[in-house]
Design a protein around this ligand. Sequence first.
Ligand code: IPM
Ligand code: MG
Length: 364
Amino acid sequence: MRNIVVLPGDGIGPEIVAEASRVLAYLNDRYALELTMAEHAFGGAAWEAQGDPLPASTLAACREADAILLGAVGGPRFDEAPREKRPERGLLRLRAELGLFANLRPALLYPALADASSLKAERVEGLDIMILRELTGGLYFGQPRGIEIRNGERVGFNTMVYSESEIRRVAVRAFEIARQRSSDARAARLCSVDKHNVLEVSELWREVVIEVSRDYPEVELTHMYVDNAAMQLVQTPKQFDVIVTGNIFGDILSDAAAALTGSIGMLPSASLDADGRGMYEPIHGSAPDIAGQGIANPLATILSVAMMLRYTLDEAAAADAIENAVGATLADGVRCRDIGGGVDSVSTRGMGDAVMSSLQRAAR
Ligand code: IPM
Ligand code: MG
């Protein structure tokens, strides 16, 4: 038995996770995956009920889990929570406690969505980028941090810090991914994004990435400043294959990449530890503005289940089945509001139904 912890979280989290869980439960049967699934409280909902966004029982369950499926956390309701109890802090603590340093964020354009992209179709057709974001270090976790009074005024500060070992392990993962993605027709390419012209932390980042590159002569390594990378990404995105970058730069660039694929409602992610165990979540947030209306797009979460099957559970056939079913559903013209559904938009549940019937059709 393999044990999956499900954390619906806040906002649209419970709605989208319900659809993804349905898909996983179906595949569990169909492919005899021998998975057990259990839901636990997390995020603002857990803070309200138990006074902690990451209750000890949830953390303990996550430590025992083979994989975690997460919806989203946060929302304006929780702004009154003390800083340490904010839902986002719970998420950051969970990433850190589990050592999930490698965050894979694939930006893949489904052909049927070329018209939903923020760019002209010809600029994004065939787009297939993998952003590898370092997830447990950098500006998000550096000490010292805080807000304090200095010389009679308030000062806020954070620290951007990376040790050589933190850079090396994510760089190694990036080169491995670049190598795996390459084929006879396609050379392996890795672009490391930093701010080497200004930041010491980026100077070290670049040095260590270059050191690691000596073990991967077949991967073509380039470097780009983050401001330029943001521009290139929204101008000529197809030049990229794998991008590796630090925590804050990766947070920003992955949202930009999402817009290229039609909607942030389409992008899944995997956050992996050193042994390949992981947490899987859509990269979008809890979308409090549309929570409870049943209109959120569940595809990013459903595709996160596909990543779970591929990266942690080693069930490539089931992962393929999901990705094919999503492609078929989109090709059939089924759309939620965020991907251009217009007046014919389907609900969250309706999209889940459509993916389930594509899966069942393919299985016959
Ligand atoms: C993401 C989100 C999170 C982050 C927030 C919710 C803390 O934006 O996963 O990209 O900044 O990492
Ligand atoms: Mg983000």
